[in-house]
Ligand binder design. Sequence first.
Ligand code: MN
Length: 354
Amino acid sequence: MTKTNALQQTMLKNDKVDFFLIFNNVNLTYFTGFPGGTALLIPKQGESTLYVSAVNYEQAKAETDDLSVELLKRGENLMQKIAAKTASNKLAVDSLSIESWRALAKAVGGEEKLEPASNFIRELRIVKDQQEIQLIREACNLANIGVQTASQFIRPGVKEKEVAAEVEYAMRKRGSDGTSFDTIIASGASSAYPHGSCSDRTIQEGDLVVVDLGATYKFYRSDVTRTFIAGKASEKQIKIYETVKLAQQKAFRSIKPSILGRDVDGIARGVIEEAGFGEFFVHNLGHGVGLEIHEAPILSPDSKDTLAASNVVTDEPGIYLPGFGGVRIEDTILVTADGAEKLTSGFYSLETKL
Ligand SMILES: [Mn+2]
């Protein structure tokens, strides 16, 4: 069943709306497999219409199936075209700027014809189908190659950016469409910045090096973090590493359908607090991954999400000691029918080959 069919089945069960209108770029990719559309009109039954401007029109026809591609000519009013096609029926809308919302309301004859429905699409996207899981799995395999490459190149005397270049080259060569986000190779004191990026700095003997990377495959993403040491680790470095590793493992083992996002976060946070580093775990435990690198569900102390089978989430505790360095370990994880499966894996030890 296609994603559009799944949405239509839900619409048929609920007679509040007759059409679904998609404007958000990621949601357009979700339903059509093509990122260059302007709007997608999904009726309760029958064929959807994808409105596309001239620049993307030929590509849209070549790269989409099972929908009608309609050229949006320069100067044409999209909202009026939609109004003409939907008569006076009720429309659910995923997301629009305030100005566009007003223009659409005017075209269809009043705001009472429109129903905001971004949460509804969020709930659809949170549960991945078999095809999406396969693409995320491939993106994760590519990320594993990235981690393996980083482990081979990290040593004293090498620049952070050189490691990033090797990682990205290796993933690209194996079929990645690009990175999921800017590769992080953060060494020494900057490993203590959770979003420390990648600089011209040369890695020094004894540095902690946080490697956070991901690959994109057919629009789906992966996210993995490993922490390495350039040389030999000190007792304190080993202590924070082992604490983060235990927190990550315990959280992973708790992941299963029906557990609350805030409870999974609490399990990891508890381990880190017990070791006395609670104040240095300064971010959420994890987030959903799919077409976007950060999406629902969220694993955090104030999360309202409950996990379900076929969710994909990260498990990424960290400890960041200002001026000293940081450790983060992260995997992309699939929630299965009765537990969880790591889609990224390997390299759970601090030392790298020298
Ligand atoms: Mn992440």
